[in-house]
Write a protein that binds this ligand. Structure first.
Ligand code: NDP
Ligand code: HSE
Length: 437
């Protein structure tokens, strides 16, 4: 007997067939937790979760002892056709995209942790959901174990979100934290992050901010009910952050964090990823090591903070399995995952409309009129200065730190372009965004 494609065998619990695509860091932990706690997941969902196969690239690779060798296959496409729920944990765009589309168009539920795919091809995936009358779950795609996708998609569906700001990449937070607390250089901290397994083998997506940009696009799409692609997100990573900058921030009661920031303004939505200075009293300043956190400001709920482990096999498998249990419950009792909500179609703001603040560190020729010349550039570009701190150096130059009020990204960028060519400016040492009050 079959309910919604789910198999019932005699008087036993109904069975939901689960296909796992990928058996790496996360996939292997999904198998372990299914084996160790399958009875609990069955009791909660009302269905026995039957792992019918595990697709990998190479079946001869040694696996964790709990991975059943007889379930391994390299034919992911054939495996999908034998499943009710397809869990995609391969990562990247292809072949994940083709396999997820096959599953969705065939009316199967897909659970994925693949932020790169969602952020680049979200509309295509959601169209396939509609075409197949299928379901798409992706709690693991943003901030690992932290239930922020559920929070935005379901818990806050009755509110209007104004801002989402988060630390959504564990590797970069670990690196910045080690630089701040132990005085390590960027390279030393990155090596440690790789040794601890936080950073990818090729850490480019982490340190250059692309992983965070994909997550920012997903968060903004959910928060503002509008489509945001990873290509819409201006991104700056942490490669250019020096140990001196981090230590100067600490001396001024600030921390440097790589932030994903999405804001709704009267004109539209701005989404970006960049290193930012936060006052050390800000809730995100307290996020240490490889942890993630997302602060949401909503009209009625006010400020909410989601905090926890944003990476790692077992924490991420927790998010994957919460989706699997929900999907199995829907397969048995009826119901669907929420569909894409993109009804607002808000415009995405460009640099001329995006509000921002910066802190600029300069080395100036220490003679009359230097500071006035710099202040003049700010004024001519329509950027109001909030504070100026000057320190005399031994070599007769002056080190000046200028923090702006809120201006636009474009006017702040033009200001820096002019400072670079201003004769009394010896060096623009750093330009960093400022967030938080
Ligand atoms: P891994 O690189 O550890 O594992 C990838 C798996 O996919 C491997 O088992 C690999 O097979 C398999 N695979 C690769 N190509 C194919 C293919 N063509 N056909 C079938 N299988 C293939 O990735 P992770 O487990 O770290 O990540 C999985 C997903 O989860 C990604 O989307 C990632 O972004 C996301 N995620 C990961 C987190 C983490 O902390 N690791 C946190 C949050 C999300 P083989 O083993 O044979 O090489
Ligand atoms: N490399 C990612 C991180 C994994 O460091 O956060 C989780 O997406």
């Amino acid at each position: 007997m079959s309910i919604s494609g789910v198999t019932r065998t005699g008087t036993e619990d109904p069975v939901v067939r689960v296909a796992l695509l990928g058996c790496g860091t996360v996939g292997s932990q999904v198998i372990r937790l299914l084996r160790e706690h399958g009875d609990d997941w069955a009791a909660r969902s009302g269905a026995r979760l039957d792992l019918v196969g595990v697709a990998v690239r190479d079946t001869s690779v040694p696996r964790d002892p709990w991975v059943p060798p007889e379930l391994l296959t390299t034919d992911a496409s054939a495996l999908i056709d034998r499943a009710d729920i397809v869990v995609e944990l391969i990562g990247g765009i292809e072949p994940a995209r083709g396999l997820v589309l096959q599953a969705l168009r065939g009316g199967r539920t897909v659970v994925t942790g693949n932020k790169a795919l969602l952020a680049a091809h979200g509309p295509e995936l959601h169209a396939a959901v509609e075409a197949g009358d299928a379901d798409l779950y992706y709690e693991a795609a943003v901030a690992g174990a932290i239930p922020v996708v559920y929070g935005l998609r379901e818990s806050l569906a009755g509110d209007n979100i104004v801002t989402v700001a988060g630390i959504v990449n564990g590797t970069t937070n670990y690196i910045l934290d080690e630089m701040a607390t132990r005085g390590l250089s960027f390279e030393q901290a990155l090596q440690q992050a790789q040794a601890l397994g936080y950073a990818e083998a090729d850490p480019t997506a982490d340190v250059d901010g692309h992983d965070a940009a994909a997550k920012a696009a997903i968060l903004a799409s959910l928060a503002f009910h509008t489509r945001v692609s990873v290509d819409d997100v201006p991104v700056a990573g942490i490669r250019g952050i020096s140990a001196e900058e981090v230590s100067a921030a600490a001396g001024a009661g600030q921390v440097v964090k790589l932030l994903a920031v999405a804001r709704r303004t009267t004109g539209g939505v701005s989404v970006r990823v960049h290193p930012a200075l936060l006052p050390d009293t800000h809730p995100l300043a307290a996020v240490r090591g490889a942890f993630n956190a997302v602060v949401v400001e909503a009209e009625s709920a006010g400020r909410l903070m989601f905090y926890g482990q944003g990476a790692g096999g077992t924490p991420t498998a927790s998010a994957v399995l919460s989706d699997v249990v929900a999907a199995a419950g829907h397969a048995i009792r009826g119901g669907h995952a929420p569909r894409e909500s993109a009804y607002t179609q808000l415009p995405l703001l460009g640099p001329e409309e995006t509000p921002a603040r910066t802190q600029v560190q300069l080395r100036l020729v220490d003679r009359p009129g230097s500071l006035a010349a710099v202040a003049g550039v700010y004024g001519e570009e329509g950027v109001s200065i909030e504070s100026v701190h000057q320190q005399r150096s031994d070599d007769g130059s002056a080190r000046v730190v200028i923090t702006s009020h809120i201006a636009t990204e474009a006017s702040l960028a033009r200001t820096v372009e002019r400072l670079v060519t201003e004769s009394r400016v010896q060096e623009v040492i750093s330009v960093t965004h400022v967030e938080g009050e």
